[in-house]
Design a binder for this molecule. Structure first.
Ligand SMILES: CCCCCCCC(=O)SCCNC(=O)CCNC(=O)[C@H](O)C(C)(C)COP(=O)(O)OP(=O)(O)OC[C@H]1O[C@@H](n2cnc3c(N)ncnc32)[C@H](O)[C@@H]1OP(=O)(O)O
Length: 252
């Protein structure tokens, strides 16, 4: 019998105490501090759309309806595209929502609440330790009822990146290694933890480590990972990103 999956499984909307990425920025506040200006409202709307599309994606990955219903829904989904593309950006232009708030990545595929393919993982950083929480639905399935290994790798890459960034400046992954010890269950609250060993830090490079466990059994390791993150030089950033490299990497 088909399993019914509800949206509640996939919305990671539990409140977490320290999430620096999506707090309202000065740039989004009204001069009088009321904070209900256009950019803030648009950010909230982007999150609402992300949530709604996540619900749709999860329903699509779990549905057992007949072909006629699938086709009708496909037509309806196509109709949704037009209005969104009336104003859109190219790959070389950052989202205006991110520009309104430095450090925000609204459409990050691992943690961006506006991106329907993101679980999204909620990230907190405290004392150099990055902690990510999320619950993955059927859209992330690899082996039956467990998470696809590539999804674990994406989430680990992101959380390692936060641990690296906590040392000073964000970097880029140059190496990523995972040991899949046990399968990562779907529809189960997960915890990712990442930190940077002192002896792995140089001027431009760190070698952070990470684990994935369930929230309920934080001592039972499902995945162990390590990475190497490098802060690109200004020249490398220019080569990669062109005339307008991200400010964090443009310092000569
Ligand atoms: C908070 C936000 C979190 C975000 C997390 C998500 C991060 C990502 O997904 S990034 C996307 C994936 N990564 C990429 O696309 C990067 C592609 N790689 C590159 O463009 C280049 O490798 C680049 C520019 C980063 C570095 O240039 P490259 O010429 O390779 O390195 P180079 O400048 O010579 O070396 C830098 C340091 O790293 C070391 N290093 C480079 N590669 C490796 C490696 N594979 N293993 C070990 N050390 C390495 C070098 O030895 C050197 O160390 P040191 O400074 O101590 O001598």
């Amino acid at each position: 019998m088909a399993r019914r999956v509800t949206a509640a499984h996939h919305r990671n909307d539990q409140e977490t105490p320290v999430i620096s990425e999506y707090r309202q920025s000065d740039a989004e506040r009204e001069p009088d501090g009321s904070g209900e200006d256009h950019a803030q409202d648009r950010a909230r709307a982007a999150r609402e759309l992300g949530d709604a599309l996540r619900e749709l994606v999860q329903a699509a990955a779990g549905t057992e309806v007949d072909a006629a219903t699938l086709r009708k829904t496909a037509d309806q989904a196509r109709d949704l595209v037009g209005p969104l593309t009336e104003a859109s950006r190219t790959r070389h232009v950052p989202p205006t929502l991110d520009e309104a708030k430095p450090g925000r990545r609204m459409y990050n595929p691992a943690s961006g609440p506006g991106n329907p393919i993101a679980p999204p993982m909620r990230v907190r950083v405290a004392d150099g330790v990055a902690t990510g929480t999320c619950t993955l639905g059927l859209a992330y399935e690899g082996p039956h009822s467990y998470t696809h290994g590539g999804i674990s790798a994406m989430l680990v890459d992101q959380i390692l990146g936060h641990a690296h960034a906590a040392q000073g400046r964000p970097g880029m992954t140059v190496s990523l290694s995972l040991r899949y010890r046990r399968p990562v269950p779907l529809e189960t609250p997960l915890r990712l933890t990442a930190w940077v060993p002192e002896d792995s830090i140089t001027d431009r490079r760190t070698g952070p480590k990470a684990t994935i466990t369930t929230e309920d059994e934080p001592d039972r390791l499902l995945v162990e990972a390590s990475g190497i993150f490098v802060i690109p030089t200004a020249e490398q950033a220019e080569r990669i990103f062109g005339d307008n490299p991200p400010p964090r990497w443009s310092e000569k």
